[in-house]
Design a protein around this ligand. Structure first.
Ligand SMILES: NC(=O)c1ccc[n+]([C@@H]2O[C@H](COP(=O)([O-])OP(=O)(O)OC[C@H]3O[C@@H](n4cnc5c(N)ncnc54)[C@H](OP(=O)(O)O)[C@@H]3O)[C@@H](O)[C@H]2O)c1
Length: 315
């Protein structure tokens, strides 16, 4: 399928057939949502609380996080919802967030690797000196997932036929990433990175999400982990904050509401039929799609996994 067709197909999806009301009861389920203070993460939290899940949201900013907790408590009855501070652009913060979660819970049923940032200034890097978009979207989420995997594996073995899901929010932008997905030389400041722009770096980061998700599926699928990546659709949220002027006005015409934007990740995280979608890529709204072929290549997965391991050594 050509890139242009895929972009069109994902930008103008048919009316959703799977809806929030189709989420099964989540009583007894523990869920963690990164970037749960706003946008799709906050909507995901609302939907899951309404279905009785115990929900942890992460926020990089304490105040924005506690405002979101207040909102979630206000809009639900006695919600079991908790805040974990986590700046995904700082691996030490990710480690502290995982430790904080694991000091409270021994199980984790669904991890939504939802947080993301798009088109920040090129000068912005992570605390450890890597490209900010790759750091937040990929490195931080890889590290968080790795630290939380023991709790997810414990969840799997505690329940007969148990599964734990990792839902990785990518984007149709991955279709436009460099060949092979990632140019590793652009991930730290230097001449190669300066030849890229922040749009290319976002496309690359979202390709990284797909490669990571698929490799996680390959490594842990037979141990009960279901790893799914997805494009939520073009949705009106804070992610467009760096798109300004005429571009922003034009973009606004093709954006959908959060109410539908949240469906694909909720489907991946909760629909019984999505339990069979380990390693798959979903497109809006809640449909099985296909990622770019080169991103699914096992050698791309091994290369990224090894690179991520090296980046997170000794944190
Ligand atoms: N909306 C779309 O059209 C669209 C399309 C394709 C893919 N996506 C993906 O969907 C996901 C959700 O985005 P959204 O649309 O809901 O955007 P959003 O409203 O901007 O929410 C993004 C979330 O990520 C958090 N975040 C940003 N940098 C972070 C960091 N360093 N550490 C921890 N958290 C950080 C934000 O925190 P703050 O509130 O503090 O900034 C916010 O909670 C993202 O992965 C995005 O790339 C969105």
């Amino acid at each position: 399928m050509g890139t242009v067709f895929s972009l069109y197909q994902q930008s103008f999806p048919p009316k959703p057939r799977w809806l929030v009301k189709d989420i099964p009861d989540q009583t007894g389920k523990v869920v963690l949502i990164t970037g749960g203070n706003t946008g799709l993460g906050l909507e995901t939290a609302k939907a899951l609380i309404a279905k009785n899940a115990k929900v942890y949201i992460t926020s990089r900013d304490e105040q924005r996080g506690s405002d979101a907790i207040d909102e979630l408590k206000r809009t639900s009855n006695n919600a079991e919802v908790f805040l974990i501070q986590c700046d995904l652009s700082d691996l030490r913060s990710v480690k502290a967030a995982a430790e904080n979660f694991l000091s409270k819970e021994t199980q984790l049923h669904i991890l939504f690797n939802n947080a993301g940032i798009m088109f920040p200034p090129m000068s912005e890097l992570t605390k450890q000196g890597q490209d900010l978009q790759f750091g937040v979207n990929v490195i931080g989420h890889y590290y968080l997932t790795k630290l939380l995997l023991p709790a997810m594996l414990a969840t799997v073995s505690n329940e007969t036929g148990g599964k734990a899901r990792v839902v990785n929010t990518s984007s149709s932008a991955m279709l436009l990433a460099p060949s092979g997905g990632i140019n590793y030389d652009t991930l730290v400041d230097g001449p190669a990175r300066r030849k890229f722009d922040n749009v290319k770096l976002y496309q690359q980061a979202k390709a990284g999400t797909v490669i990571f998700s698929t490799e996680l599926a390959r490594r842990y699928g037979d141990r009960g982990i279901v790893s799914i990546s997805l494009n939520p659709g073009n949705i009106r949220t804070g992610i467009q904050r760096y798109v300004v002027g005429l571009q922003a006005k034009i973009l606004d015409f093709v954006l959908y509401d959060k109410a539908v934007g949240v469906l694909t990740q909720l489907f991946a995280g909760t629909a019984p039929e999505a339990e069979d979608l380990n390693g798959k890529y979903l497109i809006p709204f809640a449909r099985v799609g296909s990622a770019r072929k080169d991103l699914l290549d096992a050698s791309a997965g091994v290369k990224l996994w090894d690179w991520l391991e090296a980046q997170t050594q000794g944190v």
